[in-house]
Design a protein around this ligand. Sequence first.
Ligand code: SF4
Length: 860
Amino acid sequence: MKDAGVTCVKTTCAYCGVGCGISAEVTGPRSVTIAGDPAHPANRGSLCSKGTHLGETVGLEGRLLTPMIGEKSASWNDATADVANRMRQCIDEHGPDSVAFYVSGQLLTEDYYIANKLMKGFVGSGNIDTNSRLCMASAVAAHNRSFGEDIVPCSYDDLDVADLILLVGSNTAWCHPVIWQRIEQARNNRGTKLVVIDPRRTETAERADLHIPIAPDGDTALFDALLAEMNSRGMVDRASAEAACNVPENFWTTRCSEHGIDQQLFEQLLGMVANNRRMITLFSQGANQSVGGTDKCNAIINLHLATGQINKPGSGPFSITGQPNAMGGREVGGLANMLACHLGFSEAERDDVAGFWDTDRLCLGPGLKAVDLFKSVHSGDVKFLWVMATNPAVSMPDAGFVREALAKCPNVIVSDVMADTDTGRFADVRLPACAWGEKDGTVTNSERYISRQRALFPAPGLARADWRIMCDVAAAAGFGDAFKFANSAAVFRQYAAMTALARKHGKQLDLTEWADCSDSDFDSMQPFQWGGHHPLGRGASTSDGRPNLIAVSPVQNNQPKSKFPMRLNTGRYRDQWHTMTRTGLSAKLSIHRREPLVEMHPQDAQNLGLQDDTLALVTTPYGDSVFRVRHDDGVQRGGLFVPLHWTDVTSGGGRTGMLAQSRTDPISGQPGFKDTPAKIEPLEPEWRAFLISREMVDPQTIYWSRARLEGAWLTEIAGQGSCGVDRLLPHGQRLEVTDAKRGLTRIVIVDDTGALLAALFLTRSGQLPGRDWIESQFSSQDGTPAEWLAGRPSVPAPNQGAIVCVCHNIGERKLWQAIDEGAGDVAAIGACTQAGTNCGSCRPMIARMLNEIQVKEAAE
Ligand code: SF4
C-alpha cells in the first residue's frame, strides 16, 4: 500500500528526444522514485538506464543557488539590473546585433518562446541560436526543402508496423534505447527486418539483419545510388512520383550510381528496399552532423518520396532528435534562421509577427548560426552573450577557439543549474536556473507529442525558471509590457495563440485549441500530438501542396591526409548524457564507461604501437587531447571514435570538442562532428595511479579522469616526473607500503574510527591492482587495513567481472555462468539472472556475449 505522504507526479524524462513519460513518486524533500508511465504513448511504461536512474541526480550537490556577479553572490534585483544594463548599453552603443543568446534543447518550450520573443522581437536581432544547431539543424533544413515546413512525417507507432527499418547514423540501442526496445519488439512480433548504415559496427549494428559499413559521410552517395539504381531497373513508379512531387529538371538522369560499398551488400540492401512494402528510415546525428548533412537528409527523404514510402502506416523518413526539447525549440523559432512558429522572414510574415508581439523593434532577418555566432564573439562584433542551459566551452566544435571568444567577450551571462561549468568559468554574471524536477512547462518529442514536464520539488535557494529570469531582465531593459506572464501556462497560451499565424501562412503547426486553456487545463494536460500520425498525408506546406524532390551531391572529402591520416568520429555513451552535469551524479550510470576512450581498429593500433588500455594523444588541426586506447574491430581501419561527455571539470583528457572541426554544412550551418582529420600517437607517462577517495580531488597531471562511485570517487591519474600525489590525500592515519620490485606504492588513509578515507595505488613500471574490490570497500568496508593495502581480500572472492546490468548489479561472470548452464537467449538469461529485465539498456551487450559464444562454438 502506498504511503499516504507520497505524491505521484506525471512528468517527462530530462534526456533524449524519445520523450518518455515518467511517473515520479516524491518520497522526501529531495528524493523521488522513478518509473515509466504506462499511459505515455512514447514509451508505454519503458525507461532506459538514464531515465531509470534520474532519481539519483536530483540532489543539490554542485548547484548554483544564488545569482553571482563575478565571484560575489548578489540579489536577483541587482543581478537582473546588471544583466539588463549590460544588454541595453550594447544595443544603444553598438546596435542590436552586438547582442546574442546561445540557448539549448534542455530549455522548456515556454523558456524558448520567451528567449526568442525577447531577442527577435525586442532586442531586434536574429542572433539567437541553440545547441540544437549541433544536433539536428540539417534535418530541419532538409524538411524545409522537401516539405516546405519543418515537419517530421512519422510517428513511433509506424515502427510497430514497418516491414523494414533502416537506421542511418544512429546507435539507437545506446542513444535512443526505448526506441530500440520498440524496434526489438517489432522484430520479435512481426519479423521486421533491420538494416544499420553506419561506419562503425556498434551494438546496434551487431543486432541488425544487415550492417552496411559505409565510409564516413558516405550516406548521400549510398541513398542517391539506391534511387538511381532502382530507377534504372524500373523499380520506381516515376509517373506516380511525378504526380505526387515537384521534380527538378533532369532529376532522374543526374542521380549518381557510385555507392562506395561492396556490390553484394548493395544488392542485398537494394533487394530489401525494393521488396518491403513498409519502410521507415530512422536517421540521427550520424546523418545530421556532417558538412553535407542537409543533402544526406534530403537523399533519404528523396528515396521515400520517389518510392511512395511515406504518409502511410509503417513508412517514412524519420529524424530522431538528440535533446529532450529540440523539437519545442524548433517550433517556437529558437534557431537563428527561423522567425517564430515555423515562420520565415518574408515581409508578410514579419508584419504579422510584429503585430502579434506589438513591437516596432522586430529583427530584419536571420541571425548568426552557432559557429558563426562564436566567430562574431571572437571578432568582437558580438559584445553581449547570454548562454542558457548549455556548455559551449566543451560542446562546440573547435572548443579552444570558443574559449578564446568567451574570454574576450566583455559581457558573458550564463544561466545554469550548476555552479561550476567550463563555460561558467568565463561568466561575468551567473544566474541560477531551475533544474529538471523543479521546472514546469512543456516539451515536444521527436514524433511531435507535446508533454508536460512538471515540478516535483520547490525551486532550491534562489533558483528561478528560465522564462521568468528573462522576463525580469526584459522588464528591467524597458520591454516590460510584453513580458508580463503570471506563470508558464500564460506563456504557453500566448505561444499557442501565435501558431494561428503559422496556419495563416500555410503551415501545419497549429496549437490554437490551447490558446484559451485555463491554468488547470494546462496543469492537467495529457500528452498530445500536433499534426496527427502522418501530417503530410493532407499535403505538404509548399505553394502547391506537393513535396519537393531535391537534387543532392555526395560529400567530397578533400582534406589533406598526410599530416592527419585518421578520421575522427564522435558520439555518445549508453549511460551518459551530454557533459555529464546530471548523469555524472549517478554512481550506477558511471559503471558502463569510467574514462574517455579512443576506440580504434586493433590492426591500426598495432601498427602505431598503441596497446589496449594505454594512453594516447589524439591531435587534429583544431587541438589535442588524451584518451585511453580501446581496441575495437567494430571501428573501420583508419577510423577513431571518441565520446563527447568529458569536460575540464571531470577530466584532464577526453576533450572531444577541442578536436572536432568547425567546418559546417553550407545550408544548415551544422558542424561536421563525425569526420575530422586526425592523428594518434602513444602517450607514455612515467607513472600511473588510481586513487579512490571520499572527497573529490583535482590532480592537474598530464592525464586524469574522475568517476563517481557509491560513497566515493575513482580518479585515474598518469603523470611525468615527481608524482606529487601526496597533496591529493586527505588527513588521517596513513598506512603505506612500497614494493620496489613491482614498482608499486600503496597508501591507505583511515580516520580515527578506522573508516577508510582514501586508497592510492601508484606504479612506475608494474601492474596496478583491479579496482572493483577496493572500490567495494568504500560502501561495504568489510576488509582489513592489511587487505586494503594489498588491494585484495586475503581469501580471494570470485571476481564478478565487469558490471553489465547496472540496474541489478550483474557482472559478466554470472552471465557467462548462465550461458554455460544453457540459457540460450537474452530472455532466458534475464529469467535466471535478472540481467536486462529492468531498463533493458544492457540487452544488446548480453546479446553480444551470446553471439561470441555461438561464433566460438561454430569455429570448434
Ligand atoms: Fe529518457 Fe531513456 Fe526515454 Fe531517452 S530513451 S527519454 S533517455 S528514458
